[in-house]
Design a protein around this ligand. Structure first.
Ligand SMILES: [Zn+2]
Length: 441
């Protein structure tokens, strides 16, 4: 569903209420503003793209449609920027916020995401008050001149501050009781059933999952969609170009929730080193990271040719060292599914996975190897010794293998861990256990 915001535009010396609808759809990249807008509004495309990128988010690549209604009122003014940019971030699933119908967002946004003052703010606020608006996010630079009472004014200086404010406990009265999915959900994704199940398992037991695949295979969409399974929990999404300082600030915010790392291979060396610490010491965080299989992205792709030299391939794999990979619990290779629009009106798959995750998260606690090993039945012990012999795995890996098996048994409502759970756990870790990545192939 499109994200909707209320706003106001001046026509013939009067402010009129308008609705801004922001939609991101599958299809060719495009940015369209419809509904009698002037050039100042249509130019939001470039400001939005730069501001979103410069603040560490991804500008959605699909078709983006901004509809301003009612269509007969001519609309002008860059003060609509803030709603449009916020809507794009919400609709593309990068931030979670369900717009409050009694709140408005006013401000022109610069390429860096600074929020610039709006002319005649009192005129807009007066009209807003008459429309029963209770909360207005306004440019900080406008605060001194405002005199309208009865509206809760929240001054913001830049996009980051706004997003933090929306996520901070104080003004966020938006804890939704009913399920309101954010785009995309599992039901928006064709097939990829194994990957979906693996992500549900990761969330059920706060495991660390790695999705490997060529550009466009859908790994990022899968990772983002997992947030729907724990909708009222913290969700943070960061890109590979994040600085170490930002990483250190953002990561703790995902406690008891999910943090997604897009393009892990693009992290700089310092952040990658810190990533090892994070992966090692985060029992209360689910981590999903995506990564390309090589620099060009198409190593071992069934449909496209990889142009990396053996030397480049080696460098790429060295960067994501064995010690880093050893700290993941799950690794899945994602292969693009044919693009067919999946007409879903129901959220069956998503809801089914939500229930699995919810139940398991309540009861599932990681046990140590010492606690897990003696409790195994004889078939499970046999399977473990076969795996140990064949792959000579470390104690760390064995612990992860059993912890993941434990989550799988919990998700299946089974009190005891069996060899089937261990086998399923092994399949999810196979890539990490066989060290395929670090081999030179
Ligand atoms: Zn390549």
């Amino acid at each position: 569903m499109a994200v909707k915001f209320l706003n106001f535009v001046n026509d013939q010396n009067e402010y009129w209420p308008i609705t801004i609808e922001i939609e991101v759809l599958r299809g060719m990249p495009e940015f369209k503003v419809i509904g009698l807008s002037d050039r100042s509004i249509r130019e939001v495309h470039e400001r939005a793209r730069a501001a979103i990128k410069n603040n560490g988010y991804k500008f959605p690549i699909h078709r983006k449609i901004i509809n301003l209604s009612p269509a007969h009122i001519p609309k002008q003014g860059t003060h609509l920027d803030l709603s449009i940019i916020l809507g794009l971030l919400i609709r593309s699933g990068q931030i979670i916020y369900s717009p409050n119908p009694n709140a408005i967002f006013l401000g022109e946004v610069t390429l860096n995401g600074e929020i610039k003052s709006v002319p005649n703010i009192n005129g807009i606020l007066e009209a807003a008050k008459n429309k029963n608006v209770k909360q207005a996010f306004i440019p900080k630079a406008n605060l001194k001149e405002t005199y309208i009472e009865g509206i809760d004014l929240i001054p913001v200086e830049n996009l980051k501050e706004l997003i933090n404010t929306l996520h901070s406990p104080a003004p966020a009265k938006q804890k939704t009781k009913t399920f309101e999915p954010v785009f995309p959900t599992f039901d928006d994704i064709i097939n990829q059933n194994e990957a979906k199940k693996a992500l549900a398992i990761a969330l059920a037991g706060n495991h660390k999952a790695l999705l490997i695949g060529s550009p466009g295979c859908g790994k990022s969409v899968l990772a983002q969609s997992a947030q729907n399974l724990i909708l009222n929990r913290p969700f943070i999404s960061v890109n590979g170009d994040i600085t170490l300082t930002d990483l250190k600030t953002k990561y703790p915010q995902s406690k008891h929730g999910l943090i997604v790392f897009n393009e892990l291979n693009e992290l700089n060396r310092k952040s990658l080193d810190h990533m090892k610490v994070i992966l090692e010491s985060s029992p209360d965080h689910t981590i999903i990271a995506t990564v390309n299989p090589c620099k060009c992205g198409y190593h071992q792709d069934p449909y496209k040719v990889c142009y990396c030299t053996p030397y480049n391939l080696k460098l790429f794999k060295q960067k994501l060292s064995a010690t880093l990979l050893d700290r993941f619990d799950i690794a899945i290779i994602i292969i693009a599914e044919p693009l067919v629009d999946k007409p879903t009106h129901e959220l069956e798959e998503t809801k089914r996975h939500i229930n699995l995750v919810k139940k398991a998260r309540r009861t599932n606690r990681h046990k140590s190897l010492k606690q897990l090993l003696p409790a195994l039945d004889s078939k499970s012990k046999n399977l473990i010794s076969v795996i140990e012999k064949k792959y000579s795995i470390s104690n760390r890996r064995l612990e992860k293998l059993l912890q993941l098996a434990q989550t799988i048994s919990t998700i299946n409502n089974k009190p005891n861990l069996t060899e089937e759970h261990i086998a399923e756990s092994f399949n999810l870790q196979k890539f990490l256990i066989t060290h395929e990545w670090t081999k030179n192939n």
